[in-house]
Ligand binder design. Structure first.
Ligand code: COA
Length: 156
């Protein structure tokens, strides 16, 4: 990891997303084919929903990544995760996901689940690194042409 990457990593601020962050969220969302393609309205809804959580990683007033989750009964779900294309492989995605898991664990959920494209190698590696296990699959989940793997991290 270079000096710039190390500096970025240490200067990251993690906080809940606000409406003012939406342009930054949409910018990152548009950089990736593997994000859920949320519109402005969906981000507004997620930020306002009592069941949803959306956190951002910020550096020098710029959004560098975000992670979202849903909490229903005793189960939690990661709904989205993405990092600014120019800042990949600097540990931001892992830090975001660890924060989200930590926040969810504090809310006394028994597990966290998520769906990931079978061919999304970087995300799959990250989820496996943090202890998620493949527990099922959803054929043709993404626009009818890619299977999703259902992954779970159990706290029990
Ligand atoms: C998946 C994503 C969030 C990872 O973010 P990131 O900040 O680049 O990842 P990190 O630097 O924190 O890497 C953490 C771990 O993830 C895995 N990983 C990340 N990128 C990888 C790559 N290109 N190839 C293989 N493994 C990778 C590794 O296990 C890595 O740990 P290591 O550095 O010890 O090898 C990022 O690639 C992204 O935004 N992808 C597009 C959106 C997306 O697909 N989101 C997931 C939807 S389910």
């Amino acid at each position: 990891m270079g000096l710039r990457a190390r500096a970025l990593r240490t200067n990251l601020l993690f906080r809940s997303a606000q409406l003012v962050d939406i342009p930054g969220l949409l910018k990152i969302e548009a950089q990736h084919k593997t994000t859920p393609h949320w519109t402005r309205e969906q981000f507004v809804q997620e930020i306002g929903s009592p069941h949803a959580r959306l956190w951002v990683a910020e550096s020098q007033s710029e959004i560098k990544g975000y992670v979202g989750g849903w909490l229903v009964a005793s189960e939690a779900q990661i709904t989205t995760l993405a990092v600014e294309a120019a800042c990949l492989r600097q540990g931001i995605g892992e830090q975001l996901l660890r924060r989200a898991i930590h926040e969810m664990e504090k809310l006394d959920v028994s597990s966290v689940t998520l769906e990931v494209g079978r061919h999304n190698g970087s995300a799959l590696q990250l989820y496996q690194k943090l202890g998620f296990k493949i527990v099922g699959s959803r054929p043709n989940f993404y626009n009818g042409n890619e299977d999703a793997l259902l992954m779970e991290l159990s706290f029990k």
